[in-house]
Write a new protein. Structure first.
Length: 729
């Protein structure tokens, strides 16, 4: 067996192998002590929300409930190990290491439990944080105590960017991992019981368009655009590249002059000689003379490159994992130095290549190579963290439902040179990382080895969370909100896969049965993007023919995939139960069809019906003296009602309201009812004004109602509102 190459000792003071952890997990206690508590976590928290202890001494829970045990940041079972970002595709990623073979609420044929990760981003070094949503994956008891590495991601579009010749925008990203308990929204300092919190510095993609030329011109006359003005102006400008800041990479002369002694000769000359070195070509006389001119000794460069050691002085790969839901491998790369990457953000920079291999039991299989572009940037403490995902095909290795598979993953990091197809290759500038991953079993109803289309997400909801009886969704949506007996409305997306697809030419169509109609095709155009070896194409429009057919552009043999596994979408036009499926035809064979499962779903296309009326005094638009008690009626009707609120504008301190005779909170913040009966509610309200606090003014009383519909595959609830005016004076 070939020995593992030793990583070279960095030539300068190294940064941390992993990003900064907010609270070191000294609570990684013995499993025997915590297994019982872990299995009962849900019930214990229902009885006592402070059962495991809360570090915030000012929390009201500390006054109402006393802690029974003190467990926070326990990483015995799971730990988020890396957070990273790929600027060009806006992928904010976390890798979670699951460490035990038990403690996850059941085996592969059970619901198991969930690992949640909520992302936050800060533009002011952690003073304030913006919530970027929660993602999750299912985990089970697999028996063996073998670390398993999972990747999760969310799309993060930075709200702040700068032109490439200005100070770079380097936000700080945070991931909060929590087992079986979703981290609450808007709580960046929340403490998980089982899990941990991890921060990492990331880089926002710079602006390089015509807007940067305009910014330079305005700057010369003392005018500075804010972020919103930047966005508004940029949308209306032609997509032209500003050549003044779109420079080529540094030449050898520029590298020698700019880097000086900060970057060693072997790094400065690497790109210049690497191709000749690894292709066994000879260095030409002009190349030799050019190296000599800039005091770059060829013998010294080759001597360093021939050491067969990974050098992690400048970059290091720290984590690798598999995203089971999207069959994507990803790894986190730490960039450690300010210089040595062939140019600043206005240049083309250099590439960090990641070559991925998997071992399914018969030796290493090459899965493909991806890359991310890096530049010379002033590096904050802890470095900058990037990733380079690779979409792969796992159909041949997936087992039938309930039979989970495993494989080892190896990733080789190589700076500015595409790694050869060799799982044991040692990059002169780079690193290697390994972990075991779980291969998700085939969905229930998909035979092993047979061609089968399958809808996995409808409207952003996993289809196994949609009731086959009612067509309503229950559970966590992929965008982080929780559906509760939720129907669907608006642009409802269909996402899934065509399992075991071969190299034949396929076309597909979306078929639907609406209430009171027979099966027919959905004729809406589909806007997709394709991904080939990590390079995502511009949007492509697929227009159905007269029978609804569209070309299917995914082709695993050429490593071409549909981004986000999108089949298309359907906009229901009427309430009621619908059925939808995907149908494929093998064009190469002609007349050979493959059908997905039918997915039953309930549609709700109407916002709630709301009304508020003033019945006392002069009624709607009436005049009332300060200190009056004003009363009226309200109504919120909907088949899938969720909540309603009543509030006044402008807000008036001291003003209170009762709804159906029950007191509620101050109207300065709004008063509401939640949850409501399915069909909604109507009743009475009373508004008590205060002569000394509520000033004379014109006011509106508002009603706002929300239902439980998943709208446009992206938000929870239709809403509607209505105001009625009155005067105090």
């Amino acid at each position: 067996m070939q020995s593992q190459p030793r990583k070279a000792v960095p030539q300068t003071a190294p940064t941390a192998k992993v990003p900064a952890t907010i609270a070191p997990a000294g609570a990684a206690a013995a499993a025997d002590d915590n297994a019982g508590l872990r299995s009962q976590q849900h019930w214990l928290l229902l009885k006592n929300p402070n059962y495991f202890g809360i570090q915030d001494k000012d929390s009201p829970l500390n006054q109402l409930f006393k802690p029974e045990v003190n467990i926070q940041y326990n990483t015995f079972y799971e730990q988020v190990t890396c957070v990273s970002y790929k600027p060009d595709i806006q992928r904010l990623s976390a890798i979670v290491k699951v460490k035990q073979g038990y403690g996850y609420s059941g085996g592969p044929c059970t619901p198991g439990s969930k690992e949640y990760v909520r992302f936050y981003v800060s533009y002011d070094n952690g003073t304030s944080w913006e919530d970027e949503g929660v993602v999750d994956f299912n985990i089970h008891d697999f028996g063996a105590n073998e670390d398993l590495c999972y990747e999760l991601f969310t799309t993060f579009t930075p709200k702040k960017r700068s032109c490439c010749d200005k100070k770079p925008v380097l936000p700080r990203a945070r991931a909060i991992l929590s087992w079986n308990q979703p981290p609450p929204a808007g709580a960046p300092f929340w403490i998980p019981i089982w899990g941990n919190v991890l921060d990492a510095n990331i880089q926002a993609a710079p602006r390089t368009g015509f807007i940067c030329l305009l910014d330079d011109i305005l700057g010369n006359v003392g005018v500075k655009l804010d972020e919103k003005q930047f966005d508004q102006v940029e949308k209306n400008l032609p997509p032209l590249e500003y050549t003044a800041v779109a420079k080529e990479n540094y030449s050898l002369a520029e590298i020698s002059k700019i880097y000086g002694k900060e970057v060693e000769p072997a790094r400065k000359g690497y790109s210049f000689v690497s191709n000749a070195l690894f292709t066994k070509a000879a260095i030409t006389a002009p190349q030799y003379e050019l190296l000599k001119k800039y005091e770059l000794d060829l013998s010294d460069i080759i001597g360093v490159l021939q050491q067969q050691q990974f050098n992690t002085t400048y970059e290091e790969v720290s984590c690798v994992g598999l995203n089971r839901e999207f069959d994507t491998l990803n790894a986190a790369i730490q960039i450690k130095r300010n210089a040595g990457y062939s140019g600043n953000l206005c240049s083309k920079g250099s590439k960090e290549y990641l070559a991925y291999y998997m071992d399914f039991g018969g030796g290493w299989v090459y899965m493909g190579t991806s890359s991310v572009t890096v530049h010379d940037i002033p590096i904050p403490d802890g470095g900058l963290w990037y990733n380079a995902p690779l979409k792969i095909v796992l159909d041949p290795y997936q087992k039938e439902w309930c039979q989970t598979g495993k494989a080892k993953v190896r990733v080789i990091l190589s700076w500015n040179y595409v790694p050869p197809v060799d799982p044991n290759w040692v990059a002169p500038w780079g690193d290697r990382e390994e972990c075991t991953v779980e291969i998700k079993p085939l969905p229930q109803g998909v035979p092993n080895g047979q061609l089968k289309p399958f809808i996995e997400l409808l409207g952003g909801m996993p289809v196994d969370l949609i009731s086959g009886v009612t067509g309503e969704a229950n559970g966590l949506h992929t965008l982080g909100f929780t559906a509760v007996q939720s129907p669907f409305g608006g642009n409802t997306t269909l996402r899934g896969r065509f399992f075991n697809q071969n190299t034949h030419n396929f076309r597909y169509r979306i078929r639907v049965i609406e209430p009171g109609t027979s099966e027919h095709s959905v004729m809406s155009p589909v806007h997709i993007k394709t991904d080939t070896f990590g390079t995502i194409s511009p949007a492509i429009t697929l227009t159905p023919d007269a029978n609804g057919w569209m070309p299917y552009l995914a082709n695993p043999s050429s490593n071409t995939f549909i981004v986000d596994d999108l089949f298309g979408s359907f906009v229901p036009a009427q309430n009621g139960v619908h059925y939808i499926k995907i149908e494929f035809e093998d064009v190469s064979l002609g007349g050979v069809f493959y059908n997905s499962q039918w997915v039953k779903f309930l549609a709700d296309v109407h916002a709630p019906d709301v009304d508020v009326t003033i019945t006392s005094g002069g009624g709607d638009c009436g005049d009332f003296p300060p200190g009056s008690s004003i009363s009226g009626t309200y109504q919120m009707l909907d088949n899938d009602a969720d909540s309603l609120s009543l509030y006044i504008t402008p807000a008036a301190a001291g003003t209170t309201i009762t709804i159906d005779g029950l007191p509620t909170a101050s109207l300065a913040y709004g008063s509401g009812l939640f949850p409501l009966p399915n069909n909604g509610k109507s009743g009475t309200w009373t508004l008590q004004t205060t002569a000394n606090v509520t000033p004379p003014c014109g006011y509106n009383i508002w009603i706002q109602g929300h239902d439980r519909t998943i709208v446009g595959s992206s938000q929870y609830g239709y809403y509607n509102y209505m105001p009625k005016g009155f005067c105090l004076g």
